[in-house]
Design a binder for this molecule. Structure first.
Ligand code: PMP
Length: 458
């Protein structure tokens, strides 16, 4: 029988471990999922939030009349809102302005105040979310920054609760632990505990988006929220969180976005586990690990949150198709894409002359402009496109003497071209050209794979 609790805070943790029988079919090593989305606030971060607040009270950093502040777009904010309000504090969540409105609504529903700020600027920029939040802490008397990225009470939560639960639930038989890495709290705390309990026998694997820099990518954008380490092209110093103890991680599995997203969808359809994209990444990694193991091994993988928060994203066929993650055989824009010339991309800080040179070979005389000049080994993510440059506009501006070839593009970068997913139809692509746009960008796996000018769409 399930436990009875006198406080919602006592109900955090104690989540079930569930065998992935369908996805693991044909694999000798059993895979068990730790269903962290069943926590009171809906995610693994409830544990970290409770741990950080109790540690701050113990250390005298947070007391009566105090305010909890954190930069968080979701799960940690929810955890802090629940714990903070229960313990009588004001809670302020700094949320990335690109986060969905639902995320802010949930935080407000739990009684938190929401402050929106950009993350799409370098970390040095005063408008960056982290700097906005730091200023709030300086200005509000009695304010405390939870700082999940560097707070040792974050991994501690898992050393004290999640790790021991997994050890007990598997009767000490766990041999491999797999988790996504955001702040690193989950993988570090569990990893430390399980290695210690097993005398070093447990192998710890981090699940990382392919382009994230934790596992060796260049830090360019990806589409699985809440895990991985992003590097803005203009960020000078790449700082990793102190909550991440890299020495605990034996290896990373680097998972492409499509594999993560499709695995999240399989988990809901085949296992009855409606989970978010980071669970998909973790399970994709666990499947890779388990395929290399035998029947005496036992893999535990963490499912951090529920798919209910992503019904309009990974669990929506339309969204998956629009971003080029879903395509049916023989349908869609693949043949037109294959016939299109190589993609030309212009860096937004290129000179007028340099851009014109690049546009010589661009179909339709137009090319997407992207933020970063740096090479993009994983392709240009749709979210990195900041506009478009056209031969016509540049030639006209040079012709009337408005600019010289050596000038930066500046205001000559026009609005971004519309995008369609490779699985969408030519009719949908034509519809996207409404308003006289000269071309569409075709996305494969959220990245710009090609450009189709109006003429190519029939
Ligand atoms: N998945 C989701 C959905 C999360 O909210 C988080 C926390 N940011 C993680 C994975 C990663 O967990 P951690 O911060 O402990 O590395």
């Amino acid at each position: 029988m399930a436990a009875v609790h006198e406080s919602v805070l006592d109900a955090i943790g104690g989540t079930p471990l569930i065998r992935l029988a369908r996805l693991g079919a044909g694999i000798a090593a059993p895979i068990y999922a730790k269903a962290e989305f069943l926590n009171i606030g809906g995610s693994v971060k409830d544990r970290a939030a409770l741990s950080m607040v109790l540690a701050a009270e113990r250390d005298g950093l947070l007391g009566p009349g105090g305010t909890i502040v954190e930069a968080t777009s979701g799960n940690t904010g929810i955890g802090l809102a629940i714990v903070g309000r229960q313990r009588g504090y004001r809670v302020i969540a700094g949320v990335a302005d690109k986060a969905s409105a639902e995320k802010s609504d949930i935080l407000r529903a739990y009684g938190a105040e929401v402050v929106l700020a950009p993350t799409s600027v370098p970390q040095e920029d005063p408008r960056h979310l982290f700097n906005v939040v730091r200023r709030l802490v300086e200005e509000i008397p009695g304010a405390w920054l939870a700082n999940q990225y560097d707070n040792p009470a974050n991994p501690d939560a898992h050393i004290r609760t999640t790790g021991p639960e997994i050890w007990e639930q598997t009767g000490g038989r766990v041999t491999h632990f797999v988790a996504g890495v955001g702040t690193g709290g989950t993988v570090t705390g569990n990893g430390r505990f399980l290695k210690e309990a097993s005398g070093g026998r447990v192998t710890v694997v981090g699940a990382d988006p392919e382009s994230s820099s934790y596992g060796g990518g260049d830090g360019s954008p990806w589409f699985v929220e809440s895990i991985g380490h992003y590097l803005h092209p203009e960020t000078v110093e790449d700082r990793w969180p102190q909550a991440l103890g890299s020495e605990v991680i034996d290896s990373y599995e680097r998972i492409p976005d499509r594999e993560s997203l499709l695995t999240a969808r399989r988990l809901s359809r085949e296992e009855g586990l409606l989970v978010g994209p980071s669970s998909g990444a973790a399970v994709a990694a666990a499947l890779r690990v388990a395929r290399r193991l035998g029947p005496d091994d036992l893999v535990v993988v963490v499912l951090p949150d529920s798919g209910r928060s992503y019904l309009s994203k990974v669990h929506s066929d339309a969204w998956m198709r629009e971003w080029g993650f879903l395509e049916e055989d023989g349908e869609g824009l693949r043949p037109l894409l294959d016939a299109a010339g190589p993609l030309v991309v212009v860096a937004a800080d290129e000179t007028v002359g340099g851009a014109l040179e690049a546009l010589r070979t661009a179909p339709g005389g137009v090319a997407p402009a992207v933020l970063a000049r740096a090479a993009r080994p994983y392709g240009v993510a749709a979210t990195e496109v900041v506009g478009a440059v056209s031969r016509e506009v540049l030639t006209a501006a040079l012709g009337d003497g408005a600019v010289k070839p050596g000038d930066p593009l500046g205001a000559l970068v026009g609005p971004a071209l519309p995008t369609v997913g490779v699985g969408q139809s030519a009719a949908e692509a034509r519809a996207a050209l409404a308003g006289g746009r000269p071309a569409v960008l075709v996305l494969v796996d959220g990245r710009v794979a090609g450009l189709l000018p109006r003429e190519a769409l029939g």
